[in-house]
Design a protein around this ligand. Structure first.
Ligand code: GUN
Length: 286
């Protein structure tokens, strides 16, 4: 089984960003700035935000994390976002999800200026994605497409299952796979008999967020598995798919590991999106 590591793919993206930024530096241009809003104390979110900040530092972006208490109101968050929208130094605004239950995440996301929406989560940017006018694409789905390309995995004409229909992964991933001419089936929490259907698919992307709900031996022989899950367990971070390749060593062809797979790509694509939006802002300022 081939392990589809995220690190070399992320490194390729980082190298591209670094070479672009060295041009920026030589021309005295202001480097990209990302503002991250973190509400509450979700431990997983705290770790993800820290990783995003570390990557900003590594690449030379400036960044800030605005930490807000669990009890912060929707309008307080929106006020902060409106200030960031107006701040010419800010190129990208990211609201780490999930937000506490008392907050309507859609209302919050819609207050982000679409030109600073690095996650591609506003209605405007999602609409552009569906109409092929996207300037940036959602981080995790576009990171998965980068992995397929890097590892030479053909998508055209393949039967691909996407399990999970979130607006952040499953739904935009479906669209990006369609654009690559794959045949895509979406499964979700109300789908019946998912397990019996798994063997029909050449590629399965699992973005459910529940530890070990499938196992490698359940998939078609020579399937490729993309595991988007990042679940905390006593053994550390684990995916949505259990690696039982010890019992059936030759069942699947390739799979992404957790950790070290898709998660690295989400961060790399976030940096790429921030750079893309910053480049637009610099052009607009001319
Ligand atoms: N929570 C988990 N993944 C993500 C992501 O890619 N973006 C945001 N904003 N929140 C997340």
């Amino acid at each position: 089984m081939i392990v589809l590591k995220g690190a070399p793919v992320s490194q390729k993206i980082q190298t591209e960003i670094e070479s672009e930024l060295s041009l920026w530096k030589s021309q005295g241009m202001q480097l990209p700035h990302l503002s991250v809003i973190l509400v509450g104390t979700n431990p997983a979110s705290e770790i993800y935000v820290k990783r995003k900040q570390e990557m900003c530092k590594k690449l030379g972006f400036s960044s800030e994390v605005i930490k807000l208490g669990e009890e912060t109101t929707e309008s307080e968050i929106q006020k902060i976002i409106l200030n960031l929208n107006q701040n010419l130094k800010v190129d990208g605004i990211l609201v780490q999800l999930p937000l506490p239950n008392h907050i309507n995440a859609r209302n919050v996301l819609e207050s982000i200026d679409a030109g600073k929406d690095v996650d591609c989560l506003t209605e405007k940017n999602l609409g552009k994605l569906l109409t092929d006018r996207a300037i940036i694409k959602p981080c995790t789905p576009s990171g998965i497409i980068e992995m397929f390309k890097f590892y030479g995995i053909e998508l055209r004409g393949k039967n691909i299952a996407v399990i999970g229909r979130s607006l952040i992964v499953g739904t935009p991933l479906m669209h990006l796979l369609l654009k690559e001419n794959a045949s895509v089936s979406i499964f979700h929490s109300k789908s019946e008999n998912i397990s019996q259907q798994l063997k029909n698919f050449d590629i399965v992307c699992v973005a459910v967020g529940k530890a070990n709900i499938f196992k490698y031996s359940e998939f078609k022989k020579d399937a490729v598995i993309i595991d988007v899950g990042m679940n905390r367990s006593p053994d550390g971070l684990i995916g949505d798919v259990l690696n039982d390749s010890d019992s059936t060593p030759n069942q699947i062809k390739a799979a992404t590991p957790v950790p070290g797979g898709v998660g690295l790509m989400t961060i790399a694509m976030l940096m790429k999106n921030t750079l893309t939006l910053a480049a637009l802002h610099r052009k607009q300022a001319l």
